[in-house]
Ligand binder design. Structure first.
Ligand code: EPZ
Length: 433
């Protein structure tokens, strides 16, 4: 539990390292190689620990290298006990991405029951349909999904019903060593996907990205290791930028890259946020004048990233006028607004596709649009963290509020934010744990 005294603008410099949504996938990709791989910029976050445990369970040695990198050696890949995988997977969804590499190396893979998280149901039907099309056999049992590949997996033509990041990664990690060519249509093209393609190409893969979300992969018989520096975490960078706005602060984010944040920076400027792009960092600060309300719609890249939404909503409670946020990626990503309302924010949820184009969730009774009227003064409260980004948003709200809040479940934030408390203290936050 954390006690947070509100009312102090966050001021100073923080650093973001490798992306939470790329690093674990690159670590899994190492299983496909027949030589060790080296990965730089690996953040000290819970998701990396979970993948390290799962890799070690499968005989992959994971150790720090001399130059701050992580060295992954897949020479002795072996089957792991189902119970161990279950025990180590926890709430992470990463085990589903082990399928392709393990089916190629061992002819067998296991997916424990992943379950959803508070932002949506998060099914894996696209993943399983793709794996079946490569020739894998999916056997649903009480303890989870057992996958086998009686023969070598074969390249295929696939079209995703929705440009899912995870399903695109699944296809990439499977197609690179499948027999023949795979053509994936309606693929995700997030910066983390492009960085994963760079990792696989360094291993010896043949992958081409075409216009209109088409990716073609020519399978190869053998892959080597990679040596790669992970792209910086654009989701963490945007979270600190929103924290600067919500608390009236000034934060320089070292490692943030403009090219990964262009859509976010446009919205930030429309709200009235100031930023300055430097060689190694981007500085974000509150203009000192009223923030402006905006209409906003989340979407797949290059749209406004859904994981940027929750922290920015806290800042929008301080903007003058009516902001409209249409969440089109997850059907249930406004659960965190209940606590903000208890703190005094004016936020109304709707099942309609407000302010934007009709999406998959329209007319299906999902509260996936929010109208935020501001500015409203936030009052301190007792907060229970619901999920990773919701958690960061609660801490920002507590910092912007009047009075002292208590926040429980901080460990959830460490799943995706490195050295979170140290950074907050360095920015002048008045916190006690
Ligand atoms: C990745 O999740 C990220 N997680 C998410 O970040 C991010 O929000 C998401 O991509 C979208 O950018 C990681 O990389 C670990 P999806 P993923 O498959 O791959 C539906 C964070 O806070 N879908 O693109 O699970 C799904 O339900 C996390 O950092 C199916 O219906 O996301 C969702 O509505 C949260 N069937 C939509 O697609 C499937 O088989 C997007 O999911 C797969 C997905």
């Amino acid at each position: 539990m954390l006690r947070i005294q509100g009312g102090t603008p966050l001021v100073g410099t923080v650093e973001v390292r490798g992306a939470k949504n790329l690093v674990p996938k690159a670590m899994v990709a190492a299983v496909l190689g027949e030589a060790p791989s080296r990965l730089w910029g690996v953040p000290a976050i819970r998701d990396v620990d979970i993948v390290t445990d799962l890799l070690e369970l499968h005989g992959v040695s994971v150790r720090p290298g001399e130059a701050g990198e992580l060295v992954l050696d897949p020479s002795n890949v072996e089957r792991a006990a189902v119970a161990d995988i279950d025990a180590h997977a926890g709430v992470s969804r990463i085990p589903v991405l082990f399928c392709g590499p393990l089916l190629h190396r061992l002819g067998h893979a296991f997916i424990p029951d992943l379950g959803g998280c508070r932002i949506g149901d998060r099914p894996i039907d696209f993943h399983l349909d793709a794996l079946r099309q490569f020739g894998a056999i999916v056997d649903k049992r009480a303890d989870g999904l057992h996958l086998t590949a009686p023969e070598r997996l074969r390249g295929t033509r696939l079209e995703l019903p929705y440009p899912s990041v995870g399903a695109t990664e699944q296809v990439l990690l499977t197609a690179v060593r499948a027999e023949g060519v795979t053509e994936l249509r309606n693929a995700a093209i997030e910066p983390e996907i492009v960085d994963l393609i760079c990792v696989l190409q360094k291993m010896g893969a043949i992958i081409s990205v075409h216009t209109d979300r088409v990716i073609r992969i020519t399978g190869v018989d053998r892959l080597g290791g990679f040596s790669h520096r992970a792209l910086p975490d654009r989701l963490e960078a945007a979270s600190w930028a929103s924290a600067a706005l919500a608390t009236g602060g000034d934060i320089t984010v070292r490692g943030a890259r403009q090219v990964d944040l262009m859509t976010f920076l446009n919205v930030y400027r429309q709200v009235g946020g100031e930023f300055e792009v430097g060689e190694e960092a981007i500085r974000f600060w509150h203009p000192g004048t009223d923030l402006r309300a905006v209409p906003l719609e989340t979407g797949v890249h290059p749209g406004f990233q859904t994981d940027w939404q929750q922290p920015l909503v806290v800042a929008l409670t301080q903007a003058s006028g009516l902001s409209i946020v249409h969440e089109t990626v997850y059907e249930n990503r406004f659960g965190f607004t209940g606590a903000l309302r208890d703190m005094g924010a004016h936020i109304q949820l709707y099942a309609d596709c407000l302010g934007g184009t009709p999406c998959r969730f329209g007319q299906r009774n999902f509260q996936h649009s929010a109208v935020i009227s501001g500015p409203t003064k936030l009052q301190a409260a007792d907060l229970d963290i619901p999920d990773l980004r919701g958690g960061f948003s609660y801490v920002i709200a507590a910092l912007a509020a009047q009075g002292t809040s208590t926040v429980r479940g901080i460990e959830l934030i460490s799943r995706g934010y490195e050295d979170f408390l140290t950074k907050l203290t360095a920015l002048g936050a008045l916190i006690e744990s």
